[in-house]
Design a protein around this ligand. Structure first.
Ligand code: ZN
Length: 421
């Protein structure tokens, strides 16, 4: 079995050889499709071929050339965009200066309302890069760096697939599957025809092109299906490895308070609170002479829950973009690369909303309350009356909450499960 070091050197070698092999194969396939098949077989067959009934077919030749030169750039452009991002910046997290965990450098995390944390409520630290890891960051052993939303190390592209080139990689896989399917079917059909009409004449150049196209077709169809499925679930390949058992600890901001400037020297420093451990993270920062104190609590997802799942269509839109042309053209980066959200590094989905509800940090779900109420209304009249009163009192409670624009009284009590009252 390969050791991690030998596996890394294999990957690095493959990352140089396979892109060259791919480009050579595409060049060879273009020569076979355009010159050998479209021109020499369909447009202008030899006298020997004409004698056995293979006549010029201009329509078929032009259709093949046009389709080929539509599909080729659709596949090639996202591939070169993927390579460009790999060479420029797949989303490396800067290297830290010191192995000391400097809390001052974690200010970006404590500006967010929710971030992935360790059991103490602090962001995740990478002791190889000496820096904090933003949500969904993974340390790549191949390049020795932390990479944002790292997906995998791809030998086909010769580098890291991550948040900056995930969209281009998905487009490359999809159009690569279309392109290689087109080449495979075209060469296979015409090769079979030629063999039948000539009584067994198999052109070696055609056969090699067919074998290469069929092999790449198998890979690209498989990769496009799996990449599309993971994008639809908003999972990276790294996250998917442990999908069933993955548990995320999330530091969730429970309160923000502004204090007047104090005589003490300000320290942008997260501190652990003592006591029952209900509020493990506390962060003070000074902005415009006012000290803001943000308190965090740690909530934990159930095994297998994906906190970033925001629904299949929106998951795909977060990778590919909002407009249909964004899905096709490899120009804009994925919307999630902007990192302009104030509340978190990536948008969180219903899993986090439900976690906050269970912890009493959000009011109960009005929909579930209505369902609850409807279930009661189908029972005896006496019980229905009681249910109605109960429902009304809930509504009053909600109304009061919205009047003040504040959440109901924080119900976090030393880590106890919140009981609805
Ligand atoms: Zn790292």
């Amino acid at each position: 079995m390969a050791t991690p070091q030998s596996q890394r050197s294999i990957n690095k070698s493959a990352a140089i050889v396979i892109p060259l092999f791919l480009m050579g194969s595409v060049g060879y396939g273009t020569w076979v499709i355009v010159v050998k098949i479209a021109v020499e077989y369909l447009l202008n067959p030899s006298q020997d071929l004409r004698r056995i009934g293979i006549n010029p077919r201009h329509g078929a030749a032009i259709a093949i050339i046009v389709l080929y030169f539509i599909l080729l750039p659709l596949m090639a452009f996202p591939y070169f965009r993927t390579l460009q991002v790999i060479w420029m910046d797949p989303g490396y997290v800067p290297l830290g200066q010191s192995s000391e965990k400097d809390p001052n450098s974690a200010w970006d995390f404590y500006n967010k309302d929710v971030f992935v944390c360790d059991h103490t409520g602090k962001p995740i630290w990478c002791d190889k890069c000496n820096n904090w890891k933003p949500d969904r960051t993974h340390h790549s052993s191949e390049v020795g760096r932390c990479v944002r939303r790292m997906d995998h190390f791809c030998p086909w592209a010769g580098g890291i697939i991550s948040e900056n080139n995930m969209k281009f990689f998905l487009q490359f896989c999809f159009f690569g599957a279309l392109y290689t399917s087109f080449v495979t079917i075209t060469v296979a059909v015409l090769l079979a025809e030629r063999k039948r009409k000539t009584g067994g004449d198999v052109q070696a150049t055609w056969a090699v092109a067919l074998a290469l196209a069929a092999m790449c077709c198998l890979f690209s169809v498989g990769m496009s299906i799996s990449t599309f499925q993971l994008s639809m679930l908003n999972l990276t390949t790294v996250e998917n490895l442990n999908k069933g058992n993955a548990v995320y600890r999330l530091a969730v901001c429970v309160s923000t308070s502004a204090e007047p400037p104090s005589a003490e020297p300000s320290s942008d420093r997260p501190t652990s609170t003592q006591g029952n451990g209900a509020l493990p993270g506390q962060f003070r920062q000074t902005r415009q002479s006012v000290t803001h104190t943000r308190q965090y609590t740690v909530l934990q997802t159930e095994p297998g829950e994906n906190p970033w799942d925001i629904g299949k269509l929106r998951n795909l839109q977060s990778v590919l973009g909002e407009k249909w042309w964004d899905w096709i053209l490899p120009i804009k980066y994925s919307p999630f690369t902007k990192h302009d959200r104030a509340d978190s590094h990536f948008e969180f989905g219903p899993v986090v909303t439900n976690l906050k509800r269970k912890a009493g940090l959000l009011p109960p779900d009005p929909k579930s309350r209505r369902r609850h109420s409807r279930r009661h209304s189908g029972q005896s009249e006496h019980r229905s009356h009681r249910s109605h009163r109960s429902h009304r009192s809930h509504r009053n409670h909600r109304h009061r909450s919205s009047d003040t624009g504040a959440l109901p009284t924080p119900a976090w009590k030393g880590g106890e499960t919140f009981q609805e009252v």
